[in-house]
Design a protein around this ligand. Structure first.
Ligand code: CFM
Length: 534
């Protein structure tokens, strides 16, 4: 356990101003108090953070997984490297010639483009993309220099759209646009909402239980597990945003009767805007872990309130829980009593705690790289969040009810009744579910990582590639929860079983016995020899 005094000792290594700032980003959980945490502010220069940039959040996270869209990265080729599919967001298509995930398309700006402007080159790139791929949609994502030299990518997109009669949208997601990739999520959400969702001709769902899945990116095949489960239960999935998703589905996303929100951080803007514009409520779900998956399925069935669906859901949960619990018992025995750090970008820092708990593993430290206060404290704090120069940099899109397509999906009284029982249009955040004495850290940095690991000595550290090996060199296994260390899927019942197996392998791997962490070489107690008689 860490107390305020120990925390202070860790922070005392910082200059006074940095200490004051970092202190507001770290909490020791006291369940009987309303605790406030600072988040979504700039990382102090000089500190080694795990965060990415706005371009990563826009192109990499939200737009990149759309498989039938050619994503053009407008910038020098160094940024173009990240136009590759580096995030394990899998996608498959019936017509593989319309799946562009494997391609990397960049304008490869040169010095002359920086000096004289890059718009002409962007126009030529679009012509080439249409000529080679003939896609139904193109996106253009700007990297830093584009904003600095002032290329008007919006105007280029508009002209290309008129010229070719396809969707061409541009995103001013220059890396510096915000304090982290979170800014890029918001920029991408705005663009998709303004130009793509609602572009389709469909007026009605036409099928029972039609849903969209928001904030599921099909990392390691998670989305496929979820789709299979929901389809077996009788749901019709209109669109997934955006894992294995497509422009073709997305343009008709307005017809769904319910929007599921898996990752709140990256897509809550679209969820809220769809509610205002089309009257579609959203439900916060979490398909990580047996309990969370069962709970989410039950809430969905209750929303649709269909006796057959409710009964099918219960039968499915009973069958799958029994199957998985039997198979994972040996793993649970290995995991029982262990402790974990659970530090990921946004939602996963919260979601995986439930799965750890089911395996008998206690999360002693958790946090997010770039989430906002509502992801920690719950959406009720949104009105209290102060905007600053960085957040004002991202336009707030104003939407209003669509005169033709807005309709209540369920009667208003039923909506009120349901809000008492299920997470409709609400996310409670991470903190409320955390144990007394556990540590919550926003934008955990490498110095603090080393200090917290030294003191708490967790049995497993879960984070990403940027800190994985530092921690492993301390003799502690590290599980990447961004890309799953090339394993997965980890979603749903099947995924929980995969996770239990992989985590057990981390614990039973004998290699940790050969690593002596630095603190084992140092004496734990320090004493001084006093002169006789004193
Ligand atoms: Fe959402 Fe994500 Fe996450 Fe995220 Fe990400 Fe990711 Fe993530 Mo890496 S969208 S916030 S920007 S759940 S890429 S699939 S794992 S940091 S916790």
């Amino acid at each position: 356990m860490i107390d305020e005094k120990m925390l202070d000792e860790i922070l005392n290594q910082y200059p006074a101003k940095v200490k004051r700032s970092r202190k507001q980003h770290i909490l020791i959980r006291m369940p009987d108090q309303d605790q406030k945490i600072e988040a979504n502010t700039r990382t102090v220069p000089g500190i080694i953070t795990n965060r990415g940039c706005a371009f990563a959040g826009c192109k990499g996270v939200v737009l990149g997984p759309l498989k039938d869209v050619v994503n053009i990265v407008h910038g020098p080729i160094g940024c173009g490297y990240y136009a590759w599919l580096t995030r394990r967001n899998k996608g498959r298509s019936d017509d593989q010639t319309k799946n562009y995930l494997a391609y990397c398309v960049s304008t490869d700006m040169q010095e002359s483009d920086i000096v004289f402007g890059g718009e002409k080159k962007l126009v030529r790139t679009i012509d080439e993309v249409v000529d080679i791929f003939n896609p139904s949609a193109i996106t253009i994502s700007a990297t830093c220099p584009v904003g600095l030299i002032g290329d008007d990518i919006q105007a280029v997109a508009k002209r290309a759209e008129e010229k070719y009669g396809i969707s061409v949208t541009a995103y001013n997601c220059e890396g510096y646009k915000g304090v982290s990739q979170s800014a890029g999520h918001h920029i991408a959400n705005n663009g998709l909402m303004e130009h793509i969702i609602g572009r389709g001709d469909l007026e009605e769902a036409g099928q029972d239980f039609t849903i969209n899945i928001l904030g599921e990116y099909n990392i390691g095949g998670d989305g496929w597990v979820i789709n299979e489960m929901l389809e077996e239960l009788g749901y019709t999935i209109q669109a997934v945003m955006t894992g294995d998703g497509s422009f073709e589905q997305l343009k008709n996303a307005h017809i769904a009767d319910l929007n599921l929100v898996q990752c709140h951080r990256s897509i809550n803007y679209i969820a809220s805007m769809l509610e205002v514009k089309y009257g579609t409520p959203w439900l916060k779900v979490n398909f990580t872990g047996i309990r969370a998956t069962a709970n989410s399925l039950r809430q969905m069935a209750l929303y649709f309130n269909d006796p057959d669906l409710i009964q099918r859901t219960e039968a499915y949960i009973a069958r799958e829980t029994a199957r998985v619990e039997q198979l994972w018992e040996p793993y649970r025995r290995i995991c029982q009593g262990k402790t974990a750090f659970c530090y990921v970008g946004g939602s996963r820092g919260h979601h995986y705690q439930g799965l750890y708990d089911e395996l008998g593993i206690t999360t002693v430290l958790a946090g997010y790289e770039f989430a906002h206060r509502d992801d920690y404290e719950g959406r009720e704090v949104i009105p209290d969040i102060k905007s600053d120069a960085d957040s004002k940099n991202i336009p707030e899109l104003q939407v209003s009810p669509d005169p033709l397509r807005y309709r209540l999906k369920i009667p208003a009284e039923r909506m009120e009744e349901l809000r008492e029982k299920i997470s409709l249009n609400y996310y409670q955040g991470m903190i409320k579910e955390m144990n007394e004495g556990s540590i919550i850290v926003d934008d955990l940095n490498h110095y603090e990582t080393e200090e917290f690991v030294r003191i708490l000595q967790p049995d497993i550290f879960s984070s990403g590639i940027k800190d994985k090996y530092v921690v492993q060199k301390m003799g502690i296994p590290s599980k990447q929860l961004h890309n799953y260390d090339y394993s997965g899927p980890y979603a749903g019942f099947e995924g929980a079983l995969n996770f239990a197996r992989d985590i057990s392998m981390c614990f039973t791997n004998p290699s940790w016995n050969y690593i002596i962490p630095p603190w084992r070489k140092k004496p734990l107690l320090q004493g001084t020899v006093l002169k006789g008689g004193e």
